[in-house]
Design a protein around this ligand. Structure first.
Ligand SMILES: [Zn+2]
Length: 370
């Protein structure tokens, strides 16, 4: 057995090891106690309903049916819904953005968070490998549907304080660029979001904290690089939220390319905006394998991918932006984050004593002649 002078440092070392091991990782403990409700399977069931209406070409009957469907869903969860209509000259059609608001107010100081997705599907599948499909419409399960259903499930689960106003905006005519009659917007793309931003009052523009756009988030092997035009501060915060949830495999810490999407009209108006979009698939296809083909169908959309994106936004909005939390304590979320979780003192003492006892017992046994 060791001499008492050697035992003391050894026991101290053992105690330290036990104490360090007993303190759980701060972020893990925080996430474990944070109840996230966003369900990928719920989002996927909304996608099945969206696909019953698809294709949703701007100005079509399906577009009107989509408004009725979304309005019914959003009202169930106490969102105020309004339809923004305008005449598009190029095609002589009435187009529509659908806007849902919660905690709406005229207060100058109240910040607005915008979550946006385009709901239209592309008229022509002009990237289909088979040229005979180029005149067919894109079903749009990923390109249209995925962003929409993430918003619909967020509408169900989001809890946020009265200090924040949220707008869910479903944009029309994002995806018709390069097709005859579809001019305006940004080279024919993003017509709905361009109109929407043009209608904001100067006060509303000032009150918008950030616009977060969600598009093409349903791929099975989802990879989301940081879109190059997006506001770097908000991008960093959202990607950090994803990392806390263990989704760094999907929200990768890498800068991607510049994309024309519904965030651009906001950025051009000086409003911070982020585009959460797959820019290239893991196997090298631009955007995703079925982009602008007739195979952009529900079989090629993953409910797990929808859940990762939805939960990241749920956590980011409730925990980082709103400071209202469903954490079942009296503390606010921000206070919780700066504190180490408490570990029962009694358990620590008991654990330490047990280790010391075992150590002494082994030493006594090893001293006895065999
Ligand atoms: Zn598209």
């Amino acid at each position: 057995m060791l001499s008492p002078s050697k035992q003391i440092p050894l026991i101290a070392l053992l105690t330290t090891v036990v104490l360090i091991g007993a303190i759980p990782c701060r972020e893990t403990a925080l996430i474990d106690s944070y109840p996230l409700e966003f369900s990928g399977s719920n989002a996927f069931s909304y996608l099945e309903e969206y696909m019953e209406l698809s294709p949703i070409i701007p100005g079509s009957q399906a577009s009107l049916q989509f408004h009725a469907y979304v309005t019914h869903h959003l009202k169930k969860f106490s969102w105020e819904v309004e339809l923004q209509n305008w005449m598009h000259q190029g095609t002589n059609q009435t187009l529509h953005n659908l806007i849902a608001k919660k905690h709406a107010s005229d207060s100058i100081s109240k910040e607005i968070l915008i979550l946006g997705a385009h709901y239209d599907t592309r008229l022509l599948a002009d990237r289909d490998p088979d040229p005979s499909n180029h005149q067919s419409p894109v079903p749009g399960a990923n390109d249209g549907g995925s962003g929409v259903v993430v918003l619909l499930e967020l509408a169900r689960v989001l809890d946020f304080s009265q200090d924040l106003e949220i707008w869910l905006v479903f944009f029309d005519a994002e995806d018709q660029g390069g097709i005859r009659g579809w001019d305006g917007g940004i080279q024919g793309w993003c017509i709905g979001s361009t109109y929407f931003v043009g209608q904001l009052s100067p006060l509303e523009q000032q009150r918008i904290l950030v616009a977060i756009i969600i598009d093409l988030v349903g791929d099975f092997n989802l990879i989301l690089k940081k879109e190059r035009n997006s506001d770097p501060t908000y991008v960093q915060e959202i990607w950090q939220a994803a990392a806390k949830l263990g989704y760094s495999d999907c929200f990768v810490d890498d800068i991607g390319s510049s994309i024309i999407d519904d965030h651009i009209p906001f950025l051009e108006a000086g409003i911070p905006a982020v585009d959460i979009i797959q820019q290239k698939s893991r196997d090298g296809y631009p955007f995703f394998q079925w982009h602008h083909t007739i195979n952009d169908t529900i079989e090629n959309v993953s409910s797990e991918s929808l859940e990762k994106v939805g939960r990241t936004l749920e956590y980011y909005i409730e925990h980082d932006l709103s400071h209202v939390s469903s954490i079942p304590t009296t503390q606010t979320a921000s206070e919780t984050e700066t504190q180490l979780p408490s570990f029962p003192r009694e358990s620590l003492t008991l654990l330490t004593l047990s280790v010391i006892m075992i150590y002494i017992f082994i030493q006594i046994k090893s001293k006895k002649p065999g």
